[in-house]
Design a protein around this ligand. Structure first.
Ligand code: GLU
Length: 480
């Protein structure tokens, strides 16, 4: 095959939400297309009108755009192609490879349920295929709604899945499945085959949940006399407890990760490794590198595990790589949306903000972390780790802090270096360890027992604020 002719598609059903697993499917299709300089298109499978929603389509398109997975051509919508599917169904009926079924779906569902209750297998028994002409005419006359069933031939279907190898299914194990419902709407398998053919899809790369549909689809290709694409079914994504990834494991919606402040580059990098590996130990790869190294053959058929800690680590690597201005621009909306600062002040205090962002950069895992990491730089109304604070409210510590406060007040250049010199000098003079001052100082001014470099923190908080906060604690506990 001329690889420049590669054309793949992502075919989301716009129901529910945009699952990270669907994002991975889109990514693998996109990487494969880019690797082969082919095309990646979008097809919205919205024939289930009741469950599909325009909002959901928007969410999917936004999610793909956020990840930078651009698509070729205008997206197509199955709901607008109903007439086309009908033509193919008619062709099958003409060739007697499909037949009308007048059975009431609810009745059939009941039969099935009943059989399962008695631990028996149930398969449609072709009763409508075997109707006499008179019986059929009667049903037609009574205008009984009719679906169309595909007549499954009794022979094996074999194909070679790019990821899973040879897959074989016996025709007799597949029931005559419905290809068009009584309301004229095609079912997934029929619409999928027609579209993949009409859209010139060369490789179908999709979730493993569809692997059982593939033999049915291959039979349809054959019956319609159409060439079939190649198939690659992506491994399942599990949670860390090894069960299928679901809401139970935490967030599974792509949009959640965007809102939390995961970077699209990190998300793409992480999703790329969820079932695929380049063959060496390299983990941090930008899109260009992923494109050049991605092959379907290197996808691991066994299940992948979605590990949010690994994703956090990866996101952190991308944050660490940002330069000053990238960092500030990425963090700005979080400061503003949390109400820590307004747009105007953000600009006038840019230099201070920059220092604050650089100080916190190594501690940020997701962009949204910046709010909690810096809240005490913007307000005095922050929470204290009370039990930790109480470790330092004894008389001796408070007296030490009071004396140190006096020294602090005299500092001319209130910067990290002079504060460090001051503190270490003060500790030596008083024959105490520096940490006997560092720990209470940190918790008095930030409310927390750990954080970024203390001296730089003090500098950025500024002299007045530090003094005020230390005095507040001394006053509050001094009487004890
Ligand atoms: N609409 C199907 C889904 O969202 C797509 C299946 C396919 O890619 O063929 O699972």
């Amino acid at each position: 095959m001329n690889l420049s002719e590669v054309k793949v598609r992502m075919a989301p059903s716009p129901t529910g939400f945009f699952h990270v697993g669907s994002a991975r499917t889109a990514l693998y299709n996109w990487l494969f297309a880019k690797h082969h300089k082919g095309k990646f298109i979008l097809r919205v499978e919205d024939t289930d009108v009741k469950r599909s929603s325009a909002d959901m389509i928007k969410v999917i398109l936004e999610g793909l755009t956020w990840l930078g997975l651009t698509w070729d051509e205008e997206p197509s919508f199955q709901s607008q192609r109903i007439e086309i599917y009908k033509r193919y169904v008619d062709r099958l009926i003409e060739k007697k490879l499909a037949y009308y079924c007048y059975c009431d779906p609810e009745e059939l569902a009941k039969e099935k349920q009943e059989a399962y209750k008695n631990k028996k297998d149930w398969r449609y028994d072709r009763r409508c295929l075997n109707l006499s002409d008179a019986e059929r005419a009667e049903k037609e006359k009574a205008k009984i709604p009719k679906a169309v069933r595909f007549l499954v031939p009794d022979r094996p279907v074999v194909y070679n899945d790019i990821i899973h190898g040879e897959i074989k299914k016996e025709g007799r194990d597949i029931e005559d499945f419905i290809i068009m419902r009584a309301n004229g709407i095609p079912t997934y398998n029929l619409a999928c085959v027609v579209d993949d053919f009409e859209m010139g899809i060369t490789h179908v790369i999709r979730a493993v949940e569809h692997i059982n549909n593939t033999p049915k689809q291959l039979l349809l290709y054959e019956a319609l006399g159409l060439p079939a694409p190649k198939f690659a079914h992506l491994p399942l994504i599990l949670g860390t407890d090894k069960s299928k990834l679901s809401k139970r494991h935490g967030a599974v919606s792509l949009i959640f990760y965007r809102e939390q402040g995961f970077l699209p580059e990190a998300m793409v990098n992480y999703l790329a490794l969820l079932g695929w590996a380049p063959g060496d130990d390299k983990e941090i790869m930008d899109k260009e590198e992923l494109i050049s190294r991605f092959t379907l053959e290197r996808i691991n058929p066994s299940n992948a595990v979605f590990d949010v800690n690994k994703l956090l680590w990866m996101n952190q690597q991308y944050i660490l790589k940002m330069n000053e201005s990238e960092l500030i621009e990425h963090l700005k909306p979080y400061f503003i949306d949390a109400g820590l600062i307004n747009e105007q002040e953000f600009e006038t205090k840019k230099e201070w903000i920059k220092e604050l962002c650089l100080l916190m950069q190594p501690r940020i895992k997701v962009l949204g972390d910046i709010v909690d990491l810096t809240v005490y730089f913007f307000t005095d109304d922050f929470e204290y780790e009370e039990d930790r604070l109480h470790k330092y409210t004894d008389k001796r510590t408070l007296e030490l802090m009071e004396r140190f406060l006096g020294k602090m007040d005299e500092v001319k250049n209130f910067n990290a270096q002079s504060l460090e010199n001051l503190l270490r000098g003060f500790a030596a003079e008083n024959k105490i360890k520096a940490k006997e001052l560092i720990h209470p100082l940190r918790i008095f001014v930030t409310g927390r027992s750990s954080g970024a470099g203390l001296f730089k923190t003090l500098e950025l908080l500024g002299k007045q604020r530090c003094i005020k906060r230390i005095q507040k604690i001394i006053r509050k506990y001094g009487g004890n």
